[in-house]
Design a protein around this ligand. Structure first.
Ligand code: NAP
Length: 295
């Protein structure tokens, strides 16, 4: 078998056209959607991610503002910046680029973001709402994976999904989203005994570990769907995922490549959440205006 390639780049391209239209409507009838990105320190990977997000905002017509701070910024100053952005009516989404320096209490920073502007979906209230099945914002990477599965009509109900990785930004929300769609979900971690015994039973495997070639062809059931979230840099500079692509594509029914798989979808889902935040803000503003005109 030679797996069908699920190209995130192609699906993301389709979404972009739809998003551009929504931005145009908002801008022409109300105001331009705005995203604020907070960057602390000089982590080179974070700088690249932030640059790409700002570039995509530009391409779609979203206003983006990057707030860069030195690595020794205080907790108090960072919290103040978030309060200012919460109060700024021209900013609809706020994103704090992770990781943050060790002296910063990340949980307190994320919890300070107004939930209606938490476009990453990491605020504890949004995490709780996701667990309860009514998330305000879905975390972008697993949300992108769900869109990829939907695009190829991959059935989820009653299917066995194995998520490898339990991080707050990928593995856990991924498992919750699959569960919500009726999949039977197993979550594996670095402590899991005999990983292959789980993945071999899976109809859908989502790899999110950051370990090169962790999933090999012999660990996959014929015809399974394999989603590779991992982004790893090889010593020669090339990017690869967590899946040994050439071997697994011989066994799987569907597979995502790296690069060009989940990565392009993540950024598009961030744009989607930002536009959604702006659309909700417009609906609230209109409701308030209607009420005050009736008084
Ligand atoms: P993370 O916080 O480091 O979590 C990695 C998870 O993998 C942990 O839960 C860990 O288990 C588990 N793990 C590690 N080795 C394992 C093994 N041998 N067997 C089973 N599980 C194992 O990483 P993350 O932030 O979730 O990111 C995961 C990967 O996705 C990284 O490569 C990252 O760059 C990539 N990523 C990609 C995108 C995208 O847009 N494509 C977005 C975010 C992240 P323990 O909990 O037991 O340690």
């Amino acid at each position: 078998m030679n797996a069908i390639i699920i190209s995130g780049s192609t699906i993301a391209g389709k979404f972009r056209e739809e998003l551009k239209q929504r931005v145009k409507t908002l801008t022409e009838t109300w105001m331009q959607p705005g995203l604020a990105v907070i960057l602390v320190g000089d982590n080179p990977a974070s700088r690249v991610y932030v640059r790409n997000k700002a570039k995509t905002c530009d391409e779609l017509g979203i206003r983006s503002e990057v707030f860069s701070f030195p690595g020794d910024i205080s907790q108090k100053a960072l919290l103040q910046q978030i309060q200012d952005l919460n109060a700024n009516t021209e900013i609809h989404g706020i994103l704090v680029q992770l990781p943050l320096p060790g002296h910063i209490h990340i949980d307190e920073i994320i919890a300070a973001i107004a939930i209606e502007k938490d476009v990453d979906g990491f605020h504890p209230c949004n995490v709780g709402a996701l667990a309860a099945g009514h998330a305000l914002f879905h975390p972008c990477t697993p949300f992108g994976v769900m869109k990829m599965l939907a695009e190829f009509n991959i059935p989820l109900q009653g299917q066995h999904a194995v998520v490898v990785g339990r991080s707050n930004i990928v593995g856990k929300p991924m498992a919750l989203m699959l569960l919500e769609k009726g999949a039977t979900v197993t979550v594996c971690t670095s402590r899991t005994r005999d990983l292959a015994s789980h993945t071999r039973n899976a109809d859908i495997i989502v790899m999110a570990t950051g370990k090169v070639n962790l999933l090999t062809g012999d660990m996959v059931k014929p015809g399974a769907t394999v989603i590779d979230v991992g982004i790893n840099r090889l010593p020669d500079g090339r990017l690869c995922g967590d899946v040994e692509f050439s071997g697994v594509k011989e066994k799987a029914g569907y597979i995502t490549p790296v690069p060009g798989g989940v990565g392009p979808m993540t950024i598009v889902m961030l744009m989607n959440n930002t536009i959604e935040a702006a659309e909700r803000a417009r609906a609230t503003a209109q409701a308030v205006a209607r009420q005050s005109s009736m008084q």
